[in-house]
Design a protein around this ligand. Structure first.
Ligand code: TXA
Ligand code: MG
Length: 343
């Protein structure tokens, strides 16, 4: 496996050749690192699923370098989708649209729709251009683990399983793109992300929020996005999400500390917790929380944590995406200190 630290013309050409030859390259984007292959080559794309241990029925996002590259990938282009991408591309927005016949079934897991994104990262777009093809890329983590926001995270998960990593430093957004489906009359938010639901509503009006954003899916229920079915973002330790005001949280945290027990909290809490506490930002700074959350979750693996109690973020703005990642990391296990108080 080659690790490229210097993104000069020669090295980018080398990486694009790996893509053209059907290989796998981990690339930086503004959201998280992606594990990229030629989206037009079903055989190459199949290798992504093997490297990640990803379930076959979970489709991939196709990444493009220019807005107009979308046309050959889709069969219809609703006006609202066009307005949204004109506002937010390049950026952390993925749109789901009816697909054309260009993209092989390996990418879309046999669905009639396709997920497309134009990343706001120069190196990612340069590599797409040099490769001359769109790139299919899921997050470059082992399936089920926290997404990688640094090249080292990709090395930890993927060493020996992929051909190359392009190190572009730390990802600026830190959580994945917002996924919006345009398959029905009213657009549906399938995954909250770097662009908030409010920003989308301000741009295109009505937006449904899929119930899987907040809740665990009932067994056997129909899913709008296959990724919602699976365990996600989890470190090796058990994670439990804790809801409650600061004072209650601090008391709770200090009362349960013990061997292998760790606390994930806000900057304001850290001094008040006796030990083993890490912060993922200020309580009201959702962008900061987004940027730090995955590397915090990964840190608990390095520390051999057995259990992590994580203070729940306020689910407003980009905070909704942070909340969504944490409740999934916790497998929907929640301690609600507010509820205990009411009893
Ligand atoms: O920010 C991101 O979106 C990153 C970077 C690398 O671009 N990528 C990423 O990919 O998060 P991944 O594979 O980890 O998540 C893609 C999500 C999955 O939940 C998948 O089920 C959903 O998008 N998805 C893909 N195609 C879909 C489709 N046709 N219909 C519904 N959901 C789809
Ligand atoms: Mg992922």
């Amino acid at each position: 496996m080659v690790i490229i630290n210097k993104a000069d013309e020669k090295n980018l050409k080398l990486l694009s050749q790996i893509i053209k030859d059907g290989g796998l390259v981990a690339i930086p984007t503004e959201t998280v690192y992606g594990l990229a292959a030629n989206a037009l080559d079903g055989h190459a794309v199949a290798k992504i699923f093997v490297a990640k241990g990803r379930p076959q029925d979970n489709p991939l996002i196709v990444h493009i370098a220019e807005k107009n590259e979308i046309f050959k990938l889709i069969s219809t282009f609703p006006k609202k989708a066009e307005i949204l991408i004109n506002k937010f591309w390049p950026g952390p927005l993925t749109v789901i649209l009816p697909k054309s016949n260009l993209i092989p079934d390996e990418v879309t897991a046999g669905l009639n729709s396709i997920a497309i994104r134009m990343p706001n990262h120069d190196l990612a777009r340069q590599l797409i251009k040099l490769s001359g093809v769109p790139l299919a890329a899921p997050s470059a983590n082992r399936s089920g683990s926290p997404s990688p926001t640094r090249a080292q995270h990709v090395v930890n998960d993927m060493d020996g399983k992929i051909d190359a990593i392009l190190d572009g430093g730390e990802c600026s957004v830190g959580i994945e793109s917002t996924v919006v489906s345009f398959l029905e009359e009213i657009p549906i938010l399938l995954r909250p992300g770097g662009i908030s639901a409010d920003e989308i509503k301000e741009t295109i009006g009505n937006l449904k929020i899929d119930k899987a954003v907040f809740n665990e899916l009932e067994k056997g229920s129909k899913v709008s996005s296959p990724g919602m079915k699976y365990k996600h973002y989890a470190p090796k330790a058990e994670v439990i999400l804790v809801k409650g005001k600061q004072e209650e949280f601090i008391n709770f945290a200090n009362s349960i500390l013990g061997d292998g027990v760790y606390i994930l909290c806000f900057d304001e809490d850290i001094e008040l917790i006796d030990k083993n506490a890490f912060s993922y930002g200020k309580s009201d700074n959702f962008e900061e929380q987004a940027k730090k959350i995955f590397s915090c979750l990964r840190k608990f693996d390095d520390l051999n944590a057995k259990i992590v109690y994580a203070r729940a973020p306020i689910p407003n703005g980009v905070g909704l995406a942070v909340y969504n990642r944490l409740i999934r990391a916790a497998g929907f296990k929640v301690v609600d200190l507010n509820k205990n108080n009411k009893k």
